[in-house]
Write a protein that binds this ligand. Structure first.
Ligand SMILES: *[C@@H]1O[C@H](CO)[C@@H](O)[C@H](O)[C@H]1NC(C)=O
Length: 339
């Protein structure tokens, strides 16, 4: 005979697991750190960063941060995963994969296969929400984020592509995934026209109505955001006046990119639909605010931040020094950057 409270609890548990908790829920977790795996016969590495208070019964969000050309997984982790970690609280597991030859050429799809193997590990060993996988990156890392959206729309709910281009291929690309593009009008490495090309591709896939998307002129310290009306998944475009940088300064010098990326990911979950393999819409939104308890407790103690990485600001728990050739400049109370 089942008592009413027991039944109620059982029903509640059933409702909570309807969304998309992975097979790894309830298992004791592996630790954060640098990991290796063999992919197509090659040794590959990635950094896994669990939340400070990892809870094996909670389905976590997952964010992949792909590094730039000549950068590495260490740079991405040292920079707080494009500064998203400080916005994530304990909601999110971060992954920084390491490219071959410090890039994401994705020859024969080998970097997609690498990503697949990490995704499989995450689902099997950790408690993740299968409807909340995201990817972001700057430059080559943005290009790889675009590529995973093309090839794995059933895995990734949304991507944020910062100064990306078609450098890592796009195998597929016909299934909607929410797409945020951020690009500088003064980008002299991957011109903004290359970023528009990716945006336009997703506008088509996501069923968006085209409209005028104004951008600041090159050199202007400003940013302009265009949110398209789309029938299948969101597309947002933010043009700024800066160059080829991962964390541009916009209106009033504001470092808008991390917050815009985080908000975009949250909105994609709230909207449900295209991208990721769960309903998603029923999930509890993750915290979007920085709380006192959410700072990284184990930043790489000996690594200084890379160029353009964060090196200080209220609540910053990461490296306070900068790689050689750069120095720590205060942008505002909340943000200092290696320049
Ligand atoms: C872990 O997560 C579960 C499910 O969200 C929750 O019920 C539980 O209270 C959490 N435990 C702790 C210690 O926060």
């Amino acid at each position: 005979m089942i008592s009413i409270p027991t039944l109620a609890l059982a029903l509640l548990a059933a409702v909570q697991t309807v969304e998309s908790a992975s097979a790894g829920c309830g298992k004791s977790p592996q630790s954060s750190g640098t990991k290796s795996m063999t992919v197509n016969g090659k040794q590959r590495q990635y950094i896994l960063q669990l939340p400070n208070n990892y809870n094996s019964s909670k389905a976590h969000r997952v964010v992949f941060g792909y590094h730039w050309r000549d950068g590495s997984m260490n740079d991405v982790a040292g920079g707080g995963f494009y500064s998203l970690r400080s916005l994530a609280g304990d909601s999110t597991i971060f992954v920084a994969p390491n490219g071959l030859n410090a890039g994401w050429a994705n020859n024969g799809g080998e970097d997609i296969t690498f990503t697949d193997q990490i995704v499989a590990m995450l689902k099997n060993d950790l408690c993740v929400d299968e409807g909340q996988f995201f990817a972001t990156g700057w430059s080559y890392g943005g290009s790889m984020s675009h590529s995973v959206a093309c090839s794995r729309p059933d895995v990734f709910k949304a991507v944020s592509v910062i100064a990306g281009a078609l450098l890592s291929g796009c195998s597929g690309g016909n299934t909607p995934v929410a797409y945020l593009g951020i690009h500088g009008a003064a980008d002299n490495v991957l011109p903004i026209s290359m970023g528009r090309q990716l945006r336009d591709k997703w506008m088509q896939t996501n069923g968006c109505t085209s409209k005028n998307a104004p951008e600041p002129s090159a050199g202007q310290q400003a940013h302009m955001k265009t949110t398209y009306t789309c029938s299948k998944a969101a597309v947002t475009w933010i043009g700024h006046g800066g160059g080829h940088v991962p964390d541009p300064s916009g209106n009033n010098g504001q470092k808008f990119a991390p917050g815009e990326t985080w908000d975009f990911f949250n909105a994609a979950v709230a909207a449900g639909g295209g991208g990721g393999n769960s309903g998603g819409g029923g999930g509890t939104p993750n915290p979007t605010t920085t709380s006192q308890g959410s700072q990284p407790s184990n930043p790489p103690a000996t690594n200084c931040s890379p160029r353009y990485g964060q090196c200080g600001g209220n609540g910053w728990g990461g490296a306070k020094c900068c790689e050689s050739g750069t120095s720590c400049k205060v942008s505002n109370d909340w943000y200092s950057q290696c320049l």
